[in-house]
Design a protein around this ligand. Sequence first.
Ligand code: XMP
Length: 326
Amino acid sequence: MQNNRRPEDMERITTQALAEAFIQEQVAAIRAQVGGKKVLLALSGGVDSSVVAALLIRAIGKNLVCVHVNHGLLRKGEPEQVVKVFRDEMDANLVYVDAVDRFLDKLAGVAEPEKKRKIIGAEFIRVFEEEARKQEGVEFLAQGTIYPDILESGPVKAHHNVGGLPDDLKFELVEPLKFLFKDEVRVVGKTLGLPDNMVYRQPFPGPGLGVRCLGAITRDRLEAVRESDAILREEFAKNGLEGKVWQYFTAIPDLKSVGVRGDRRADEWCVIIRAVNTRDAMTATVEPVPFDLLQHITARITSEVAGVNRVLFDLTPKPTGTIEWE
Ligand code: XMP
């Protein structure tokens, strides 16, 4: 049985000097654990898996095999950034899997949120398993488990859990962040040289845009939610709200309304903006986004995102709303 309690005398990692000491300690521990063997990691590009990747690259270089599964439900620019940061800049051994069609085909016509989540989770494990079988000599699986994951097994899980692999693929786990809190993981990531927008990223659900393209996912609405989310993030960053607001995103319901485009009436989609603050995601309040900024974002979304003619702002705290729409 592995020890799952943070040592009582473990100092909180608040500075780069403390992070450097942690990194050195973990590099030695990882080398002692895995020797010259290969380690596999599902690298989503989220904070936890990215920091694990950077740490293992420091420890064992190309013996870390990172698998990035692009399931088509990531935010704009994310798969490209994973390739740029890890393959181009850190010279990682990175397998990039374009599984977009596979996921979208499986999800076609499925409207029920929990079913969508199950399909995304199961398909992720299947794709990862296929890649794992292609690799020779892998005996270890690295995971971005952090201390809150151990303390509470609630719904807030930002990283992919590949614990559902079949029995013949049971690897020994490497979990170097398992005693760290999120703020400590960020300091370690920053010290390892990861970019700020990766390390200080807002929470993003495992099923990604799949639960923000409401109801049965279609490619046109998925693109609309991805593009509108990119505009929202860009405008929040420009206007000092990035890092201040806990979570902000767009969702697109399966709903068309009539509008005007040029000189004719046109039925198009609407986009919902959600921006909330919370401590623990159990309750949340709505960020009072300045009205002129909302108007500016609305103008951009309705002119730049194909097929969208209306933008709505969600004024609902949690409860009664949840943070996500499904
Ligand atoms: P709700 O919508 O329940 O969200 O108020 C609370 C927090 O959990 C995130 N969330 C998820 N994270 N897989 C995840 O990894 C999921 O299926 C999922 N659903 C919600 C949500 O983004 C918010 O931060």
